[in-house]
Design a protein around this ligand. Structure first.
Ligand SMILES: *[C@@H]1O[C@H](CO)[C@@H](O)[C@H](O)[C@H]1NC(C)=O
Ligand SMILES: *[C@@H]1O[C@H](CO)[C@@H](O)[C@H](O)[C@H]1NC(C)=O
Ligand SMILES: *[C@@H]1O[C@H](CO)[C@@H](O)[C@H](O)[C@H]1NC(C)=O
Ligand SMILES: *[C@@H]1O[C@H](CO)[C@@H](O)[C@H](O)[C@H]1NC(C)=O
Ligand SMILES: *[C@@H]1O[C@H](CO)[C@@H](O)[C@H](O)[C@H]1NC(C)=O
Ligand SMILES: *[C@@H]1O[C@H](CO)[C@@H](O)[C@H](O)[C@H]1NC(C)=O
Length: 296
């Protein structure tokens, strides 16, 4: 019995002496493994958050300021082919869908100022370039489309006094303004001189100057916007990453009736706060619609 015990002790100690290093390493690795398994997600999250923050000079900042993608805008125009018959004979309008007229869009942020409080202020610069090889025709194709300035002027004055409506009708008669205009696709999008707008420009006092010189569906969109946008960079909190703080000194809209509707706390749609779940709502602020668009 004693001999066997001795043998055992000898074996164990010899075994331990030989393998203690391996055992210790195994235990340490196991512990490290467990720690990693528990904290790995958090570390990755911290690392990603750190890399995402928009700091001038970082890679995300360059991508954000000059996105390497070139989106295309495809425009389809309905050409009214029987405008005269529609106006004079009560026929149904015949619409001919033309297009696509393709423009490539280049989004840039310019004059970026770091406010040193977790926000950046900048201007958007959008450059549109016509893509003839992707389009159905040149963008100087002539089309016949509703005269939007005239139709909005008449619909605005629907409830005006009778003499005002009469005055407007005679002005339109004199200026030969018709409910349909013939313009090129490019003019329809980027602006053409409209006689009504021109008249308004001459009549309206200089202080209340109209913001538009011409009428076009995308008028003024090609170029640097005059709006100063202030946006959270994520340095303070990732929850507000890419969310607008202010649009031209205003941090909320004024024309809706509730705080929720007046909020501009959305992004421009190109970046969103990270770590979203299926239940989160992503808000996009659309300046042209003057409201947030909640995306579920
Ligand atoms: C649009 O309709 C007008 C009037 O019918 C026609 O003269 C013109 O050629 C059409 N434009 C195109 C691009 O088809
Ligand atoms: C006016 O409409 C009638 C039927 O609605 C049609 O027979 C006639 O040809 C139209 N005239 C013109 C000039 O289009
Ligand atoms: C750039 O931004 C600063 C601060 O917002 C402003 O003072 C300056 O006028 C801007 N410059 C241009 C060229 O827009
Ligand atoms: C950060 O500073 C800018 C410029 O001074 C200011 O417009 C903005 O409201 C500030 N934002 C916060 C969250 O303090
Ligand atoms: C937009 O502006 C750029 C530069 O100012 C010009 O080259 C380009 O032709 C314009 N695009 C359109 C569709 O007018
Ligand atoms: C999302 O909402 C549903 C129902 O309200 C809930 O069962 C689910 O756990 C939520 N998921 C997350 C990731 O919060």
């Amino acid at each position: 019995m004693q001999g066997r015990d001795k043998l055992c002790a000898k074996l164990t100690s010899a075994f331990l002496r030989k393998w203690w290093f391996v055992l210790a390493t195994a235990v340490i690795l196991l512990l490290l493994g467990i720690i990693c398994a528990i904290f790995f997600g958090t570390w990755v999250r911290l690392f990603i958050d750190h890399e995402l923050v928009l700091r001038p000079g970082s890679m995300t900042f360059e991508w954000w300021a000059r996105p390497p993608v070139r989106p295309f805008v495809r425009v389809y125009v309905y050409n009214v082919t029987n405008a005269d018959e529609f106006l004079n004979n009560g026929s149904k309008p015949v619409l001919d869908e033309l297009g696509p007229y393709v423009y490539s869009e280049e989004w840039e942020k310019v004059n970026i100022t770091d406010n040193e409080n977790g926000t950046l202020s900048f201007h958007y610069r959008r450059t549109y370039t016509f893509q003839p090889e992707l389009s159905a025709g040149p963008d100087d194709d002539a089309v016949v489309v509703p005269n939007i300035p005239m139709l909005s002027a008449t619909s605005q004055s629907k409830h005006a006094a009778r003499f005002l409506r009469l005055a407007m009708a005679s002005i339109m008669d004199i200026l030969k303004i018709k409910p349909f205009v013939e313009v090129s696709v490019g003019q329809l999008l980027w602006g053409y001189e409209d006689p009504l707008l021109k008249l308004a420009k001459d009549v309206v006092p200089k202080e209340q100057k109209l913001p538009y010189e011409e009428f076009g569906l995308f008028y003024g969109k090609n170029g640097t916007s005059s709006d100063v946008v202030t946006m959270f960079t994520g340095a303070e909190s990732m929850n507000r990453y890419g969310i607008f703080e202010k649009y031209n000194t205003r941090d909320r809209l004024q024309h809706w009736t509730t705080d929720q509707c007046n909020s501009i706390a959305g992004s421009d749609g190109s970046i969103f706060p990270p770590h979203i779940t299926r239940n989160d709502t992503l808000n996009v602020y659309d300046k042209d619609l003057c409201r947030l668009l909640p995306l579920k």
